[in-house]
Design a protein around this ligand. Structure first.
Ligand code: HDE
Length: 716
């Protein structure tokens, strides 16, 4: 679909994209070759121009093909390079896609940090952001139920700052040493490598039960957050507790949050399931095409700050990554904006080779004793070795935009050539000395530490269910219904009764009615009592319904307009123009991809319309909305077409905005007229559950319904 979207994009938008040349993009340009350069000729890797890259050098006669010669350096180089193209995929977050952008501040946080990137409001810091799924391998589908990675590399003037986050604010475990266990349990099972990119299996849920600390996170994993509509419509969270240090040397604890301008939106599960097969690259394409079309995704950047003196004021440990800091207790202070505005030039050298490390921080930012973060600081640095080799920080995408100088040397594939007689410090030349603090040198915060060396966690780390209940209580009724259904789906895929029976009993610690509904569906004893007294509290910011954009918008929403010969050209052109003007992306879906003719159009003199796709090539799941213009003959054809009826019916089932005019009204009504459904009629506009139909084009009502697309979904 990407290519079709691109062809409909204006030239202005295309040039807007090309104009984004941050310091990082300029640095990369110096390393970039253009395969479309007309003067370019195929050479070997050692630069010799080649005349033939198709035939191995061999001993042959006119009528006999003889043996190939080992001496052919061109053939051997070509095959040898191909044989070694693959590198190990990331052990987690293997499937991802990324983009360049910029980070700007609208408010300085100099009261809490000295970091230039968080205090200098005149700066534009280049960023590279990689989104990912966690469990699936590189070739798995985008829309599976999974946590999404949200890893940001800030190329700051003081060095790279990597904020390696997720779209969920908490994690499954408290101590990094448990990471191999939680990932082994989630990944395909060891005996048969089934299932791919799914948490719906025995081992995943066995782990969840065995680790009560995972309860809060698995409730998030069962919410709509794990089936996002788009990477552009997800929040990002640093999850771990970091620290900020200001010019006075005062330290505070901090959590980092990104909130999308477009609001937080999700699929319904049935859509996500179908798209995983129909278009496994759905999220990847969505991000790519939005950026190519100039609809740059934006996030507000916020911090939650707790001064060091208040570290112990909470009934949870603020270093425990299985807990959120409720906004009522620690408000979010939004201070900046992140925008993505440029797609990578090459997937492998940029999206695949980018390497993030939680240990990469800059002056003014520090770690905390969060035991998950401490272990992550070892792991990320370590894993890059097996993926990329020791000199991975020299790869173009990973290089800082500020100067790098030190006495580290050598190792496989070293690129930098460092001139000079010494490679150690101190040296008699005083060459490359450490920086003084006033020169921007990193200062470690002199934290006081005392304790007993032991494999334990503090007392407050022992409570695991309060926030799981807080999260569930804070969901809207449709979100709760979705969670119940999600648990029903997942546990249905577990065939070991001990697994689902135990989870049913764990759910009874959170909410008895939830546990009962799930047990009813998946089997096992129905829990009869609330296993832990409920606190019945709610908190703000947890339900994604709270993140509707301030200004509702249909920008970048994809609308399928279905036509057959004899369609009403006035209605068709009217809705298309109205949608385009509002920034939406209309697509024409015909009964065929060859020209379709409007009512009354003369095939000899008319132009016809070449649809973007035909009804069998796409499905309603791939669009946010469906519109059916009138035209007696067109509707007569569509009414006899099972696929056309299915398009509308399925879109209705997925609670999407559906529009129609003229004869299209009856077609839509008939297609959606499910038992028990009724439509309220006022005038000639019928508007119910996001369905807008009218005798004449009513673009305004339709656009309103489309803006409310998620609102309509809330009726489930
Ligand atoms: Fe990761 N994680 N992780 N993780 N993680 C990796 O590093 C690890 C955790 C996250 O787009 C690996 O470069 C440990 C939390 C993202 O390249 C590895 C622990 C969060 C990405 C690793 C965690 C994340 C990774 C694999 C438990 C959210 C993809 C490849 C303490 C805040 C980054 C790599 C990208 C990748 C280890 C837990 C997010 C193995 C030990 C919590 C977004 O180093």
């Amino acid at each position: 679909m990407a290519s079709t979207i691109l062809s409909s994009i204006s030239d202005t938008a295309k040039s807007a994209m090309g104009s984004e040349r941050s310091k990082k993009v300029q640095q990369l340009a110096a390393e970039t070759k253009d395969v479309h350069d007309k003067s370019a000729r195929i050479t070997t890797d050692y630069g010799v121009k080649q005349t033939n890259t198709d035939d191995w050098l061999r001993v042959a006669t006119e009528d006999k093909t003889g043996p190939s010669l080992l001496e052919d350096p061109f053939a051997r180089e070509k095959i040898h390079r191909f044989d070694h193209e693959r590198i190990p995929e990331r052990v987690v977050h293997a499937r991802g896609s990324a983009a360049f952008g910029k980070f700007t501040l609208f408010e300085s946080a100099s009261d809490v940090t000295s970091a230039g990137v968080l205090t200098d409001t005149s700066r534009e810091t280049p960023v590279f952001l990689r989104f990912s799924t966690v469990l699936g391998s590189r070739g798995s589908a985008d829309t599976v139920r999974d946590v999404r990675g949200f890893a940001v590399k800030f190329y700051t003037d003081e060095g790279n700052w990597d904020l390696v986050g997720n779209n969920i604010p908490v994690f499954f475990i408290q101590d990094a040493m448990k990471f191999p266990d939680v990932i082994h349990a989630g990944k395909p099972e060891p005996h048969n490598e089934i299932p791919q990119a799914q948490s719906a299996h025995n081992n995943f849920w066995d782990f969840q039960y065995m680790h009560p600390e995972a309860t809060h996170m698995f409730m998030w994993a069962m919410s709509d957050r794990t089936i996002p509509r788009s990477y552009r419509m997800m929040q990002g969270f640093g999850v771990n507790t970091f620290t900020l240090i200001n010019d006075k040397g005062e330290r505070s604890f901090v959590k980092f949050i990104f909130t999308p301008e477009l609001g937080v939106h999700s699929f319904v599960w049935d859509e996500a399931l179908k798209i995983a097969g129909q278009d496994p690259d759905f999220h990847r394409k969505d991000l790519w095409t939005a950026i190519e079309s100039g609809a740059f995704p934006k996030w507000k950047f916020g911090i939650q700050v707790i001064p060091e003196s208040k570290e112990n004021d909470f009934d949870f440990d603020i270093l425990d990554a299985t807990k959120v800091w409720p906004e009522e207790l620690v408000p979010i202070r939004y201070i900046g904006q992140l925008e993505l505005n440029r797609n990578p030039d090459e997937f492998f050298t940029q999206t695949e080779q980018v390497a993030f490390c939680t240990s990469h921080i800059v002056p003014g930012i520090g770690f905390s004793d969060d035991p998950l973060l401490q272990g992550r600081n070892f792991s990320y640095f370590d894993t890059q070795l097996s993926r990329l080799g020791i000199n991975w920080q020299e790869l173009p995408i990973n290089r800082p935009v500020c100067p790098v100088m030190n006495h580290n040397r050598d190792g496989a594939m070293r690129h930098t050539i460092t001139k000079g007689k010494v490679n150690y410090w101190p040296n008699r030349f005083e060459a490359a000395p450490p920086a003084k603090p006033e020169e921007g040198g990193y200062l470690d915060y002199p934290a006081k530490i005392a304790g007993i060396k032991a494999r334990t966690r503090s007392k407050k780390f022992q409570e695991h269910i309060n926030q799981a209940e807080l999260f569930y209580n804070s969901m809207s009724p449709p979100e709760k219904a979705h969670m119940t259904a999600a648990l029903g789906f997942e546990l249905d895929h577990c065939d070991d009764p001990v697994v689902y029976e135990r989870i049913n009993s764990r759910l009874a610690e959170i909410d008895l009615s939830l546990a009962q509904s799930v047990a009813e569906m998946v089997g096992g004893d129905i829990p009869q009592e609330q296993k832990r007294p409920k606190h019945n509290q709610t908190a703000k910011g947890l339900s994604q319904t709270e993140y509707a954009p301030a200004e509702p918008t249909i920008a970048t929403r994809m609308v399928a307009i279905i036509i057959a010969d004899g369609y009403d050209a006035i209605a068709y052109n009217g809705i298309k123009a109205a949608l385009t003007a509002a920034g939406a992306l209309p697509f024409t879906i015909g009964v065929r991809r060859n020209k379709i003719w409007a009512a009354g159009e003369d095939k000899n003199t008319g132009k016809g319309v070449v649809p973007d796709h035909h009804l069998e090539g796409m499905r309603s799941t791939m669009f946010d909305s469906v519109f059916v213009p009138g035209g007696a003959k067109s509707i007569e054809t569509l009414s006899k077409n099972g696929r056309a009826i299915h398009w509308v019916r399925e879109a209705f089932g997925h609670l999407k905005a559906i529009g129609a005019t003229g004869e299209g009204v009856k077609f839509v009504r008939d297609a959606c007229d499910l038992p028990g459904m009724s439509f309220s009629t006022s005038g000639d506009v019928v508007d119910s559950y996001g369905v807008v139909t009218a005798a004449k084009v009513q673009p305004e009502s339709f656009k309103e319904a489309l803006k409310m697309a998620k609102g309509a979904k809330d009726f489930v």
